[in-house]
Design a protein around this ligand. Sequence first.
Ligand code: ZN
Length: 120
Amino acid sequence: MSLSYDEWAASLREGTLLGVTCADCGTTYGTPFSVCNECGGRDLDATDLPEDGEVYSVTTVNVPPVGFEGPYQVALVQVGPARVTARIADDDEVDIGDGVVLDGAMEADDGHPAPVFRRA
Ligand SMILES: [Zn+2]
């Protein structure tokens, strides 16, 4: 079954990170896509991603967008076969290679939740 953005966001708000896996080439993404970036396939099925991940890359945002307090960290987190862009919990600080665990979601005024991870 495919996964819409609204379904992905609703699931994240409930504490479950979903991804999609391409039925044609097996690539897994941490956010919904309707077309596979790797092979152009359109058959992407919802898949559960693990709550545990590892920091693949991390950036500190010193000048946050309106509505956020900085500085904070944004990381690319490897969760199972997928990489997701995530916020690092405010009182935490991580480096590349650190183990992290899903710790809910953070939501801006625009209604787009982002996964939040903290040090495992
Ligand atoms: Zn594919």
